[in-house]
Ligand binder design. Sequence first.
Ligand code: PHE
Length: 341
Amino acid sequence: MIDRINDLLKRVEEFSPKAAAEIEEFRIKILGKKGELNALMEEFKTVAPERKREIGQRINALKVAAQERINALKAAAQQAAENSAATVGDMTRPGSEEPLGTRHPISLVRNQIVEIFSRMGYTVAEGPEIEDDWHVFSALNFPPEHPARDMQDTFFIEKNPDILLRTHTSSIQVRAMERSKPPIRIVCPGRVFRNEAISYRAHCIFHQVEGLYIDEGVSFADLKQSLLYFAKEMFGENASIRLRPSYFPFTEPSAEMDVSCNLCGGKGCNVCKGTGWLEIMGCGMVDPNVLEANGIDSKKYSGFAFGMGVERIAMLKYGVKDLRLYFENDVRFLRQFESVL
Ligand code: PHE
């Protein structure tokens, strides 16, 4: 009998289940009512009285060992099941939300400007930021002594021949005139560079959207109507515009365009400095010299051009008082601009 007890003890110690279900099967087989341990107990009744003490102790030890082994195996199986559930995760849980970024206000406003003009049939043209003198100045009728050609106003990369950072995106318009014949109807968004001290209202890098429309019979009335449409789309149905005579080398006549102040509705406030008007862009009829310099017959064709600073429009639209905020990339500022555009 002792051999059978030892044999069972060995099987208990060596038992290593492959699946959790085998543990319960094993328990029933050993410790169950009709299990092997009870069979031994049954047999124990027939053991001679002088051996009862020794065999009884051995059976007891076997029982305790079997119980402990089974409990330990069950606990290990449960832990393993919990661990694997944790790696797979609860597939029925709702997904966690991915925080979405926001667009930069300059991108938002540029997209909006481009979108308004694209509704009027304009397409987008782009060009290099590093330019030569011809595309930025000479082809646009800048006289040789013009102050923009001075180091104080323009970042030069090389002198003679001049290579420089474009000071306006009008250079893209020159490239468009070189490339294609009228009708030309383009908007030119892009980054521009001017040698200016950085302050709340000026930066050496900023963004422009300029536009050019050349065809037969384009008049100043077309310019005015197109820009009025733009102002109403940008600042609301009640916006009105006014044009003040101005000067640019590449347009004649030239004008500055003001839009009625959208903050005070034209009554006068500190943003519009009490005038009720905000200056938002330069514009004019393309100077015939510019058309001729770019191989376009100025007797047959005429056109208008305009250009605006994106930072300035964004400041007016969102009430931003310091231009430097656009360049600092402080998320507390940027997060405030949410849009699908
Ligand atoms: N190029 C001018 C500027 O940078 C803007 C402008 C464009 C004015 C077209 C008139 C016509 O200030």
